[in-house]
Design a protein around this ligand. Structure first.
Ligand code: PAN
Ligand code: ZN
Length: 188
């Protein structure tokens, strides 16, 4: 940029469909076949269309992953659906630098933000358009879509947070969000 120059930011978020456009934006796609092991009902999982979309993430990463002091901006879209009685959900993770926090905010649809601390206490916050969520240090986080439309959630996290998927892949969350009589409840 030049002194006195007025310009547009290279990335923008469409406030109608919450798509990000511009450069650089990365697009991650997670199909049912990409998320084995996270749902309890393995039979129901094996009978699903492996190419069905479970969730997508768009992210603007203006600096290299791992850079201290920077921020990343993301939009996660979780598709509606269930595997057995469990809602479509993200893999979930702690941050690799466990003390790095994150903001989420609900944009569209409805769901739950499932949270778990290092002592494996698990709880959830309702996500809806306008809901704001501060995910503090050392808290694993996962989004589940409890509605019939896409759940779209914005996120902002530190560029050196990293993602530790291993702990959740190995031990899961200590509770599951399932649908009972048409309503989401947490069970162990
Ligand atoms: C989000 C998540 C996104 C996808 O951007 O990465 O919702 O979830 P998984 O990464 O667990 O598959 C975030 O929390 N970033 O830190
Ligand atoms: Zn995160």
């Amino acid at each position: 940029m030049k002194h006195l120059e007025i310009m547009k930011s290279p990335v923008e978020l469409n406030l109608n469909d919450y798509r990000m456009t511009g450069e650089p934006v990365i697009n991650q796609v997670r199909k049912i076949k990409d998320i084995p092991g996270i749902f309890q009902d393995e039979k129901a999982y094996s009978e699903m269309n492996p190419d069905q979309l479970a969730y997508t993430v768009q992210a603007w990463m203006p600096v290299a992953e791992g850079t201290p002091g920077g921020l990343f901006f993301g939009v996660s879209t979780i598709y509606p659906g269930k595997v057995g009685n469990e809602y479509f959900m993200t893999k979930g993770h702690f941050h690799s630098l466990g003390d790095r926090a994150e903001f989420y905010w609900g944009l569209h649809g409805k769901g739950m933000l499932i949270l778990m601390d290092r002592e494996r206490n698990t709880w959830a916050e309702e996500v809806y358009p306008g809901s704001l969520h501060y995910i503090r240090d050392e808290i694993a986080h996962r989004l589940a879509n409890t509605g019939n439309e896409k759940l779209i959630v914005g996120a902002c996290w530190p560029s050196d947070a990293g993602h530790d998927y291993e702990e959740i892949a190995k031990n899961g969350f200590s509770a599951r969000l399932v649908e009972v009589e048409g309503k989401p409840i947490m069970i162990v």
